[in-house]
Design a protein around this ligand. Structure first.
Ligand code: PMP
Length: 305
């Protein structure tokens, strides 16, 4: 899958064409997964492009690398400005996905990463629509378990962590499902390979806590707030897979997936096998927020033009 990458990318403080942004094969991150990254969306509406929750994404980006003593030589303010300039330079006038990341460069084969290890910061952008079919997707409970915080920091979005997501996705796709759902090592529901998960039972929206090895996603936080606005009860607690099968509705959420209904799990229908009313309400509210139609959350949007 080749990206419809915009012409210019940003690398170490400069805008260059994508062909010119190259790294040596000895780059540490290629060998060991020592990269911290974010996925951010920007939405085009009413004549402007607006980046969604950029400050929160940049905060998490910095924290991710800090777990591994990786230096990030730009302030959040500089990175935000760079992102705006990147979108402008590419004349991006469609909804898009922005991928900022930093990684350990040439550092030999040493595993002793520290502040003196050279790092590079880069970002690119491409037009992006729906990741999943918003009319509902099929999921399976993966036999691969989500890694635990006893082995690696689960809140750090590091390149290396995503091998766990990749192996679960390969398995789900090979078995004919759209997406995997991973349990944690104790057998509780954790999350999907790149999304958090919610179960809806009556008027309660339930999502696993970070202690279930789930990333505390930014979209998950948005959903919790929007659900409370809509007067649903929100509960953050461990969930067993049986509770997913028996839920009225299940949905996934993440920057790329936005809010996506899960209509079957392991071939069993969730509810009546169609997107439910609560999921649809959250989807609609989410859409209003990211498109700038909900004044209450306008602080989450950063205008590009
Ligand atoms: N879990 C994982 C493993 C992810 O990769 C993502 C995507 N960043 C999420 C959850 C959702 O996080 P967010 O809403 O911050 O994009």
């Amino acid at each position: 899958m080749k990206l419809p990458l915009a012409r210019y990318v940003w690398l170490d403080g400069r805008l260059v064409t994508a062909e010119r942004a190259r790294v040596p094969i000895t780059t540490h991150a290629i060998h060991y997964g020592t990269s911290a990254f974010e996925g951010i969306r920007a939405y085009w509406s009413t004549g402007n492009l607006r980046i969604f929750r950029v400050n929160d994404h940049l905060k998490r980006l910095r924290r991710s690398g800090e777990h591994y003593s990786m230096s990030l030589d730009f302030s959040d303010e500089q990175l935000k400005e760079a992102m705006i300039i990147l979108c402008r330079k590419n004349n991006m006038r469609r909804s898009c996905y922005i991928r900022p990341f930093y990684f350990v460069g040439e550092y030999g084969i040493s595993l002793h990463v520290n502040r003196s290890a050279p790092t590079h910061m880069a970002m690119f952008v491409f037009p992006f629509g729906d990741l999943f079919d918003k009319r509902g997707i099929s999921a399976c409970i993966s036999s691969w378990k989500r890694f635990s915080a006893a082995s690696i920091p689960t809140q750090a979005k590091m390149g290396g962590n995503y091998l766990n997501s990749i192996i679960a996705t390969i398995d789900a796709k090979e078995r004919g499902f759209d997406e995997a759902i991973l349990l944690n090592l104790r057998g509780y529901v954790s999350e999907a390979p790149g999304e958090n998960i919610f179960a809806i039972c009556g008027n309660r929206l339930i999502t696993p806590p970070s202690s279930s090895s789930a990333l505390e996603g930014i979209t998950r936080d948005v959903v919790l707030k929007l659900a409370r606005d809509a007067r649903y009860h929100t509960v953050v607690k461990p969930i067993r897979k049986e509770h997913l099968y028996g839920a009225d509705e299940v949905f996934l959420c993440g920057t790329a997936a936005e809010v996506t209904p899960v209509t079957t799990i392991d071939g069993k229908k969730i509810g009546d096998g169609r997107p439910g009313p609560v999921t649809e309400e959250i989807m609609a509210r989410y859409c209003d927020v990211v498109l700038g139609r909900d004044a209450k959350y306008s602080d989450w949007l950063t205008e590009v033009y």
